[in-house]
Design a protein around this ligand. Structure first.
Ligand SMILES: Nc1ncnc2c1ncn2[C@@H]1O[C@H](COP(=O)(O)OP(=O)(O)OP(=O)(O)O)[C@@H](O)[C@H]1O
Ligand SMILES: [Mg+2]
Length: 322
């Protein structure tokens, strides 16, 4: 099985290239091409081996949610010319990530457990346990760090530092909560609970757009609804559908993304195990079978062909189109 580690295409009209931890981003005049590679990151570090099908899983889940929430919040996505590629409007990203939490899990739980009752300026009640629902979904924004770890920040500080204007931030809050409610509704239809997630937004020609990926296992945590209440009542761990199992394994190996630690080796069995989990995530979250892209072509070649064909068709149109 082949995995796509990275791409370095030269595409007609391409103006710049940016390699994120997971995506290779090609920027054009007013639009961008995001290739979801098979790279996997955890604790803000890219792991040593790429995971077959991970890019297609992520791109497929994100595209499905972008399409099914477009009537609520305008977003960047215009086309998916290949299972691992999204094309859409190039935005100027706001320098914050809008994290929405409906349940006390992960970083929020660790902060709460340490005794804090204020998270990003939001007060939390006493007496909550790990994975409990919050009284209502809350927004706990983070800065978008160019390097290293994103950091918690409050609404007040975002406004005081002028990172986002109040008029824009109020819309981001409304959009984030609207999307989260819809994400929870759709998750419930699949027997899942959307516990938390993060959204990114940007400006395109003065309009606020939802950008990046949405409700994917890399940006969200899901619990299985069946047995959730029983497990909470017995203080048992919840069954999670997210990248958390990769973080768990890394922690067991003594890696948590801190400087000086070494990333553990990944053998074939580990890589294939993670791949299988991602495919399971796709099928559970979308409620349909995962169809692997054409296995006869190396992924980079397949993607480049699809992009060349797409761009040949798009370019003449796009000036009137954007
Ligand atoms: N429509 C868009 N317009 C502009 N930028 C976008 C858009 N959609 C996504 N992005 C940006 O493209 C990048 C996607 O790459 P990726 O998800 O691999 O990055 P990341 O690892 O999350 O973040 P970093 O950029 O810090 O490495 C992100 O920086 C994201 O903010
Ligand atoms: Mg990202």
């Amino acid at each position: 099985m082949q995995a796509l580690d990275s791409t370095s295409f030269t595409l007609p009209g391409q103006q710049s290239f940016y390699r994120g931890k997971v995506r290779d981003v090609y920027r054009f005049d007013g639009f961008m091409v995001a290739v979801a590679s098979d790279r996997i990151s955890a604790f803000d570090v890219v792991l040593p081996r790429a995971i077959p099908h991970k890019g297609a899983v992520l791109n497929g889940v994100a595209a499905a949610f972008l399409d099914s929430t477009r009537h609520l919040v305008p977003n960047w996505l215009q086309a998916t010319p290949d299972p691992q590629v999204s094309v859409g409007l190039l935005a100027d990203p706001f320098p914050v990530e809008m994290v929405v939490r409906g349940y006390l899990v992960g970083h929020a739980w660790r902060t709460y457990q340490s005794g804090k009752r204020i998270l990003c300026g939001v007060a939390l009640p006493d007496g909550l346990r790990e994975n409990d629902p919050l009284p209502a979904p809350i927004i706990t924004p983070t800065t978008k760090a160019h390097e290293g770890h994103d950091e918690d920040i409050s609404r007040a500080e975002i406004l005081a530092r002028g990172l986002v204007s109040e008029a824009h931030y109020t819309v981001l809050e409304r959009y984030a909560l609207t999307l989260f409610a819809e994400g929870q509704r759709q998750a419930a239809e699949r027997g899942l609970i959307l516990a938390d997630t993060k959204y990114e937004f940007g400006l395109h020609q003065g309009q606020i757009l939802l950008i990046d990926e949405v409700h994917t296992p890399d940006s969200s945590r899901y619990f299985y609804a069946e047995g959730y209440a029983e497990r909470q009542a017995q203080a048992q761990p919840q069954r999670q559908l997210s990248k958390e199992f990769v973080r768990q394994w890394l922690l067991e190996e003594g890696f948590s993304g801190q400087a000086g630690q070494t990333v553990p080796q990944m053998d074939d069995a580990r890589v294939l195990g993670i791949s299988a989990r991602y495919i399971e995530l796709y099928e559970q979250v979308l409620g349909k079978p995962f169809v692997a892209p054409d296995p006869d072509l190396p992924p980079a070649e397949r993607i480049e062909r699809a992009l060349q064909a797409y761009l040949a068709h798009r370019n003449p149109m796009h000036l009137s189109d954007v």
